[in-house]
Design a protein around this ligand. Sequence first.
Ligand code: PEP
Ligand code: MN
Length: 349
Amino acid sequence: MMIVMQEGATPEQIAAVVARIERAGAKAHVSSGEFVTVIGAIGDDRELIAALDIEGEGGVEKVVPILKPYKLVSKDFRGAGATFEIGGRRIGGDNFCLIAGPCTVESRKQTLDTADVVNGIGVTMLRGGAYKPRSSPYTFQGLGKEALEILAEARERTGLPIVTEVMDVRQIEDVVGVADVIQIGARNMQNFDLLKEIGHTDLGVLLKRGMSATMEEWLLSAEYIAHGGNERIMLCERGIRTFETQAYRSTLDLGVIPAVKQVSGLPVIVDPSHAAGKRDLILPMARAAVAAGADGLIVEVHPSPETALCDGPQALYADTFAAWVADVKRVIDVMGKVIAGTEPATVAG
Ligand code: PEP
Ligand code: MN
């Protein structure tokens, strides 16, 4: 449940509410706004409300139950349109988060060339995989630590925040200091131990939806991360498994964009590259995602997709990416959003 404190509630009154929540065996989550402090009491709402009987406590304005299974990531708790900052970029609200880069870091040259191109066009963040979740053990698995060094160089050179995937808790230590955003891949959305560990980091998180996960399962995975203390989470819709296997790689669930935004305060980033699996389908899906209310896009870009070691058929050509962005930007403009990182006030480096 959510305890909204009165404007001007004192630190002592807030501490008293927190102590009471903890005595009831629940976890208190204090969120201090400019005027009002909201305290989340995380536990089973029905039992908690009975145990706490907190209405009327000094400084308490009102008590609002959150009956959804996810609490901290719910719109009730976070409010709509709450924004946060990652690597000097504002995420959510009217800020559009455009993430671009290669599927996988293959070499220093391939990564830096792509980074220079996307930076010159004006994107929000650079993506690049160091540890790759491949379906076959015989395909390229990523360069690991060597890739992280290359990404660190790309970040230094362009000022772009870095998004990179972590598949295992043992990799977290390596990416801290290089990555601004940890990507949790679709295959790991329900790796709960990984989610818990990431919840203890202070990096941004891009949580991809599992390919057969319901919206509620996806939000409960986000709740694991938020429960650990990390609330800078971007949800990422990347296509789900349906009966279609030939026409495209996965079915981009456009409906989930407005649906998840109705119940959660988290920004939604759409990955049309992995949904489409085919280069030519990415632009129309990107336009549709933006029109459906997406807060950002993540797309794969490569200087020479024909030679890519992973996901070449869906990689956008680096040399025509400017025209691609210009096309999608028309829809971004219609939606009243601005690509974060391109507005003069927040350009980094
Ligand atoms: C990726 O982003 O390269 C990737 C493997 O994505 P997903 O987990 O959505 O398949
Ligand atoms: Mn990929």
